[in-house]
Design a protein around this ligand. Structure first.
Ligand code: ADP
Length: 214
């Protein structure tokens, strides 16, 4: 496999870009999506969470009431630790299985890593050394807020606060090997996704031939 990173602030359009790259042939590894899958009713993680916190974290339709979980762990370190102990090992195992399945293939793997660049501007975890390049989805903060409010039901102050707590646009752009400008319409995004996919294939091929020349 050939691994790349995809990042961007909340509301930048990362998930939209990820879906567009998957349409073009990429394999997506998305820890948040794996967490959501593992928290579906019927999954052991869901069962362990309901065993600990009871009906208070179950929505009317039986799915997990995420805001209720967030409320419980937000200001309580012990509860957060308990949540991590339920969720982390299962996510780690699922991520490892996904990577193992892709490892021996020639797949172009896009890792969706929302917090690749931390709030202090650093982006230096050892596992990022395996990434052949980083794609950054860039939008002005005001536009991200507007999209979160309009399409995802966020409260404006909450959306602003979350963005303020993340890395700045400048810090993210500083680590970009390929930048997608998502300030335009979804139609404007399509040709950029074509170019991004071409760049992924080119970069993956270049490392392939460099490796065989060794
Ligand atoms: P992220 O995953 O980075 O938080 P999303 O991909 O979920 O962001 O995008 C945030 C919201 O904005 C979604 O509802 C998405 O459909 C919408 N969106 C993304 N890109 C555009 C665009 N270019 N024009 C209009 N709406 C967009």
């Amino acid at each position: 496999m050939k691994q790349f990173g995809l990042t961007g602030g909340i509301g930048s359009g990362k998930s939209t870009v990820a879906a567009g790259l998957v349409e073009r042939g990429a394999e997506l590894v998305d820890a948040d999506a794996i967490v959501r899958e593992l928290q579906q009713p019927g999954q052991p993680v869901y069962a362990a969470m309901v065993e600990r916190w009871g009906a208070a974290i179950v929505a009317e339709d039986g799915s997990l009431n995420r805001p209720a979980v967030a409320d419980i762990v937000f200001n309580d370190g012990d509860e957060l630790e308990a949540l991590n102990q339920i969720v982390h090992p299962a996510v780690h195992e699922a991520m490892t299985n996904r990577r193992t399945a892709l490892e021996s293939t020639d797949a172009i793997v896009v890792n969706d890593i929302p917090l690749l660049v931390r709030a202090d501007g650093s982006a230096d975890r050892p596992e990022y050394a395996a990434l052949l390049g980083i794609i950054v989805v860039d939008v002005p903060a005001e536009l991200a807020v507007a999209r979160l409010v309009e399409h995802r039901g966020f409260d404006p102050a909450d959306a602003e606060a979350r963005i303020a707590n993340q890395a700045s646009r400048e810090d993210r752009l500083a680590v970009a090997d390929f930048t997608i400008d998502n300030a335009g319409s979804l139609d404007d995004l399509e040709p950029q996704l074509d170019r991004c996919w071409a760049w992924l294939v080119e970069t993956a091929d270049a490392t392939e031939s460099a490796a065989s020349a060794d």
